[in-house]
Design a protein around this ligand. Structure first.
Ligand SMILES: NC(=O)c1ccc[n+]([C@@H]2O[C@H](COP(=O)([O-])OP(=O)(O)OC[C@H]3O[C@@H](n4cnc5c(N)ncnc54)[C@H](O)[C@@H]3O)[C@@H](O)[C@H]2O)c1
Length: 257
């Protein structure tokens, strides 16, 4: 490759990104498509998901939207079936979708707990289950799960969220161990606070609050969706072919202290 000639790392690769109508998932879908991947954008938000795909297509990128409630096994099965029927294969699954509910544990309802666990953890089981059936047949595949620094250390005040991310961490390691014989890798990324709509909801959009949160990271700024997308693309690429079962922090040094 000569200087100036961009290598299209994911040419002819099919990538499913969940929760891709917003934030980290949206940016990840765009970055994969910029590297020539055929991308399936999955989200429960039909209006925003369709708009993301329309924008991507306007930019000449290859993407389709599949409306998916990731807490439903029927929807997850339909998502993976649509990806393989549309593009003929499935190379990469990015389990990204997640929500945060910050009710203190002693006040949390059973419904809130179930919603968190279903969205943040069960969804990753369901999508992985159906994707693995194709990946095992092809003896090829990569799964990247979006975990959090709160899968490594307890972020104060969000115990149930932390618990789901601890589950994502161990699901990732288990996928790596059990499916390595089929040439399937699984890793996760662990971001600290990233400037996305989820963060605007959880800490507010006040600049001084964001500045204070940014100071928790030795690098001194909040992360961007691009920071996380770059790490996900690395873990999905051949450049990480000997890495599986890993948790890559994307946290500006937050967990290094
Ligand atoms: N933003 C942060 O600071 C941060 C930090 C660490 C980890 N994370 C993780 O990153 C991931 C993405 O977060 P984000 O900040 O981009 O959030 P976001 O709110 O911007 O986007 C999340 C997307 O998931 C979708 N979604 C939610 N429930 C769904 C369901 N049942 N079915 C289908 N789609 C559903 C939403 O519609 C939305 O488009 C999450 O797993 C989150 O826990 C975020």
């Amino acid at each position: 490759m000569r200087i100036g000639e961009e290598e299209l790392v994911f040419k002819d690769r099919v990538v499913v990104v969940t929760g891709a109508a917003s934030g980290i998932g949206q940016q990840t879908a765009i970055e994969f498509a910029r590297q020539a991947a055929q991308v399936v954008v999955a989200d429960i938000d039909e209006r925003r998901g369709a708009a993301v795909v329309a924008d991507m297509r306007n930019d000449g990128l290859d993407a389709v939207f599949v409306r998916t409630d990731l807490t439903s096994e029927a929807d997850c099965a339909h998502l993976i079936a649509t990806a393989t029927a549309t593009f003929g294969r499935l190379d990469v699954l990015v389990n990204n979708a997640g929500i945060e509910i910050s009710t203190p544990l002693h006040e949390m309802s059973e419904q809130e707990w179930d919603r968190l666990v279903d969205t943040n953890l069960k969804s990753m089981f369901l999508c992985s289950k159906h994707a693995l059936r194709h990946m095992i047949g092809a003896t090829n595949g990569v799964i990247v799960n979006v975990c959090s620094v709160s899968g490594l250390v307890a972020w104060p005040g969000i115990a149930a969220y932390n618990a789901t991310k601890g589950g994502v961490m161990m699901l990732t390691k288990s996928l790596a161990v059990d499916y390595a014989p089929y040439n399937i890798r699984a890793n996760c990324v662990c971001p600290s606070i990233i400037d996305t709509p989820m963060t605007d909801t959880s800490i507010g959009n006040d600049a001084s609050v964001k500045e204070a949160k940014a100071k928790l990271n030795p690098i001194g700024r909040l992360g961007t969706p691009e920071d996380v997308a770059n790490a996900i693309l690395f873990l999905a690429s051949e450049k990480s072919s000997f890495i599986t079962g890993a948790a890559l922090t994307v946290d500006g040094g937050y967990t290094a202290i």
